[in-house]
Design a binder for this molecule. Structure first.
Ligand SMILES: Cc1ncc(COP(=O)(O)O)c(C=O)c1O
Length: 382
């Protein structure tokens, strides 16, 4: 089917990358769960060796099921190309190693996902890259951190876990004026709610483990951008060996068909939960960019073009401080004490070293979520 961008987002979420299998007519993408492919002729061998499109030879280098997933993601992001990885961290590693190659300097948000933070602080500097960490909402500080060696600005749109909001169009203007790329992690929103490439980002990363999959059953990562920007990242992923497996790509495509429907419901539920928690006497602070008094609200509503769909992540601190976290999370019955996010079921995760609890609000009935939270907040000793 034609998957050009004039079709609506929900239609493309279902159909992009999903033409019937040419061999059997199977409706939906088959799982090519093979490591190697018979090449038959030396001509075909040469095509594979030269990296020609659709010349499948070895699944670390490329696989037809994974290629369909990449087509779907690129379409939804409004990008020309995408490369999938075995996890979100695989996508982040291959991207930063590429944009920061040859001693590059990257200006990175001071708050990013915990393991990405360790990668930036502990691992990548061992390979000649340097980083400056800044408050990404302070554009003067971002500009001041840029040096002649700066090759990229790197941030999440809604940060993990505090949900600060990055002004992507302003950062894109700044990055491009100073000859750098803008690398965005859009995991918390997904392309159903926000497409950073439309606002000037050069590369958009997702932990596809989260909302893109939506069902907590795969680990995966994706990076999208122009063909010129993605090709070296694809080569890096391949050589580092972080290629996505065909079955994970297939599960991901299944999940992605309902992405816009799920994001609507995640947003609806999270908005109700955030409003409830913000007004609850046991809650000290509630971070949700969809609350009109949240510091990120103005930027978030401008970027997302909405005053109602801000995603499913809510982070709170409790009046009882760190001591109240255990009685709270251990009393939850519908919401599970577990890491990860973007699942159909709601998950709660304390952020160690802080007094924050991150809530990934799922697709359950709103009344059950509110009752579960109310009950758990009542269990905190006064
Ligand atoms: C914003 C963000 N980016 C990247 C990652 C890493 O993704 P993965 O766990 O799929 O490696 C995570 C994981 O929680 C995340 O929250």
């Amino acid at each position: 089917m034609p998957t050009h961008n004039r079709l609506g987002f929900t239609t493309r979420a279902i159909h992009a990358g999903e033409a019937p299998d040419p061999l059997t007519g199977a409706h939906g993408v088959p799982i090519y769960q093979n490591s190697t492919f018979a090449l038959g002729t030396m001509e075909r061998f040469q095509e594979f060796w030269d990296g020609a499109a659709n010349a499948w030879g070895y699944s670390r280098d490329g696989n037809p099921t994974v290629a369909r997933l990449e087509e779907k993601v690129a379409n939804l992001e409004g990008a020309k190309a995408c490369v999938a990885s075995a996890s979100g961290m695989g996508a982040i590693s291959a991207t930063l190693l590429t944009v920061g190659a040859n001693g590059g300097h990257i200006v990175a948000a001071e708050q990013i996902y915990n393991t990405a933070n360790k990668l930036v602080n502990e691992d990548l500097p061992q390979y000649g890259m340097s980083f400056s960490r800044v408050n990404i909402t302070d554009l003067d500080a971002v500009e001041a951190a840029i040096t002649p060696q700066t090759t990229a600005i790197y941030t999440e749109v809604f940060s993990n876990p505090s949900l600060t909001v990055a002004d992507v169009p302003a950062l894109a203007e700044l990055a491009h004026r100073r000859g750098a790329k803008l690398v965005i992690d859009n995991t918390f929103l997904s392309p159903a709610l926000y497409r950073p490439i439309e606002d000037g980002a050069d590369l958009v990363i997702h932990s596809a483990t989260k909302y893109l999959s939506g069902h907590g059953e795969v680990l995966a990562g994706v990076v999208s951008g122009s063909s010129e920007a993605i090709e070296p990242i694809r080569i890096k992923s391949m050589r580092l060996g972080s290629t996505l497996s065909p079955i994970a790509a297939w599960l991901l495509m299944t999940g992605m068909r309902t992405l816009p429907l799920r994001m609507e419901r995640h947003s609806q539920n999270a908005r109700a939960v955030a409003a409830f928690l913000a007004a609850h006497p046991a809650v000290a602070s509630c971070h949700y960019p969809g609350l009109p008094n949240d510091p990120g609200y103005a930027t978030a509503s401008r970027l997302l073009g909405t005053d109602s769909a801000f995603g499913g992540m809510v982070t709170i601190s409790l009046n009882g401080g760190a001591d109240s976290i255990a009685p709270f999370v251990e009393s939850l019955k519908v919401i599970t004490l577990a890491t990860s996010l973007g699942d159909t079921s709601s998950l709660a995760w304390p952020i160690l070293g802080t007094d924050l609890v991150r809530l990934s609000i799922g697709l359950e009935d709103e009344a059950d979520l509110l009752a579960d939270l109310d009950n758990a907040l009542e269990r905190i000793p006064g």
